[in-house]
Design a protein. Sequence first.
Length: 359
Amino acid sequence: MDGMDVMVLDNNFNIIGIVDDYQSLIWTERYNEAGDFQLDGDLYSTISKYCKPGYYAKIGKSDTLMVIENIEASEEPRTSNKITVKGRSIDTILERRVLWEFITTSGKVQSIIKKLITENAIEPVLPQRKIPNLYFVETNDPYIDSKSLNTIQFENDNLYETIQTLCQSFDIGYKMKVLGNSFAFGLYYGVDRSYKQTINPYVIFSEEYDNISESRYQCDRAKYKNVALVGGAGDGDQKFRVVAGDEALSGLDRFEMYLDSGLTDNNGEISHQDYAYQVMTKGNEALKEAQKINTIDGKIVPDMFKYGIDYNMGDILQYKGIMGTSSPVRITEFIRCLDASGYKEYPSYILLEGGNKNV
């Protein structure tokens, strides 16, 4: 099928060959997680001829480059000869580095991520840690530019996992592209095409438009909390405490919880401001776990609105489901699959706050 042939490239991005005789291919792109692919076929196909660990794979329908990481082959006389090739998106090359030094920093999230990548992969102190031809592409997206952190500390964590955690905390996407022989890493937020805005054309998935199926709805607020009193160092009336969440909430709209952070101030060695931030962060993490379970779900039929034309990865769309539920959703995954049953493609999404969900 056009656009689903797999092009295999070597470590210098030279084309080694085209794989078009496979039995099945699943190709998945994601917003702020690694994408992946799986290629299955006959042991004596061009898969085994061209694919090698460390080589790259790409298809015409996607601008995501994948790294071949795993090859499994089996030969069983008079039964079958199989080969399976798996890999993940090119951004995972950052997983090959850890944060080499203890880091304390603050500021805009984009600047922090750029600092982490620069010091550990682009211009590290140890030249052997450098990833050749890697650079960071800054964005002027106002949403990303508005996100910042007070003092935050990192200690010998994996570089990729740290970036992923930061991006997921602020609902920011990331992508690495190959331009010539260079790796270009950057952040993005996606375009709002929901009812929350009036600038861009709406993209709506609903039963009314016959472009969703298997619609589901769930709401559970039994363990919901929105304000946390968080304890720190000390005992009794001398115990350090901060409030996390929306302290202005009142009456029956206020759902409180208490949390002992388990953090110490090292006998006063940590400044009051930094310690308060660390304790409050623990509270915010607990509140995030104690949110309402509030979902509307269903399978999107991507016939009316086309991925890559009407919307892209990370875009915010409008979803209208059963029981009058309506909410903005973010596209976080797009899957393409070609096998003996034919070609299929469909997006996955997460529910965002701000819609009318009848709760």
